[in-house]
Design a binder for this molecule. Structure first.
Ligand SMILES: [Zn+2]
Length: 236
C-alpha cells in the first residue's frame, strides 16, 4: 500500500510531462542502458553525474527505514556545470559522522568500552589473561558496532536534494513489490526519453506484464483467504 502511494506521488510530481516521457522499466536500475544524450537539454552527453536519492520504505517486520538508490546518469558538460553550481553542499564523511543523531550510539559504545577497559585491562592482578582477552574482544566489537551504526545513518546526510538539472532524469523507488523490480523514470528532454525507451525496449514494464502482475496478485489474494479459512477451520 505504501508503495502504491510512493508511485502515485512520483507520478503526481511529474504530471507536467507527457506520458511518453515517464518510462516504466522492470529489472535492476544497474542494468539500464543510458543513451549518450543529456536528459536536461538533449545535447550529446560528455560526462556523468552520480545521482543519489533517499527513499523511505516500510518493512513488514523491520518498520520504517531509509534506503539510498544511486545512478550514474549522463549529462552534457554545461548542464553538469550548472548542477555543480546549484547542488547543496553536503558534509564530508567525517563531518557527517559528527552531525547525525546516531552519534549517540557511538558515544554509548565508547562509554561502555571505556568502562570495560578500566575494569579488565587496567584492572588489578586478579584478572586472568583469558578474561582480559575476552574483554578486549568485547571492546573492539563495541567500538566497531558504534562506528558501523553511526556511519550507516550518517550517509543519508551526504545525499543532496536533486537540482533542477538532476531532476531532468528523476527516478521513482521500486514500486513493483512483490513482483520484482519496477521503477519509473521521468525525463524532461523528449529526445532523451525516446532514446531511453528504445534502448531499454526489452525491459519496458508493458501492459501485458502489468496484467500478469494483477492476475498473480488476485490469485495470491484468493489463496491467502483460502489459507486463512482453512487455518480457522483447522483450529476448531
Ligand atoms: Zn545538457
Amino acid at each position: 500500500m505504501a508503495l502504491n502511494r510512493a508511485r502515485q506521488r512520483f507520478l503526481d510530481d511529474h504530471r507536467d510531462l507527457p506520458a511518453s516521457q515517464v518510462i516504466p522499466l522492470i529489472g535492476s536500475h544497474r542494468r539500464v542502458t543510458w543513451p549518450a544524450l543529456c536528459p536536461a537539454c538533449g545535447a550529446p552527453a560528455a560526462t556523468h553525474i552520480n545521482v543519489a536519492k533517499t527513499f523511505g520504505r516500510r518493512g513488514r517486520h523491520s518498520g520504517p527505514y531509509r534506503y539510498i538508490v544511486r545512478m550514474r546518469i549522463p549529462f552534457c558538460e554545461s548542464c553538469a556545470d550548472r548542477h555543480r553550481a546549484l547542488v547543496k553542499p553536503v558534509p564530508s564523511l567525517i563531518g557527517s559522522f559528527f552531525r547525525t543523531p546516531a552519534l549517540l550510539s557511538f558515544i554509548g559504545a565508547i562509554a561502555v568500552a571505556a568502562i570495560l577497559w578500566t575494569i579488565f585491562i587496567q584492572g588489578g592482578e586478579g584478572i586472568s589473561a583469558g578474561a582480559r582477552l575476552y574483554a578486549l574482544f568485547g571492546i573492539v566489537s563495541l567500538v566497531g558496532l558504534g562506528v558501523a551504526l553511526t556511519a550507516s545513518d550518517a550517509r543519508f546526510l551526504r545525499v543532496p536534494p536533486l537540482t533542477e538539472i538532476t531532476r531532468a532524469c528523476d527516478f521513482s523507488d521500486n514500486v513493483g513489490f512483490p513482483f520484482g523490480r519496477r521503477r519509473f523514470y521521468a525525463v524532461r528532454n523528449p529526445a532523451f526519453a525516446q532514446a531511453f525507451a528504445t534502448a531499454n525496449q526489452h525491459r519496458l514494464w508493458t501492459d501485458a506484464i502489468r496484467q500478469r502482475d494483477d492476475w498473480i496478485s488476485g490469485i495470491a489474494f484468493v489463496l491467502l483467504i483460502v489459507a486463512a479459512v482453512i487455518g480457522y477451520l483447522a483450529r476448531k
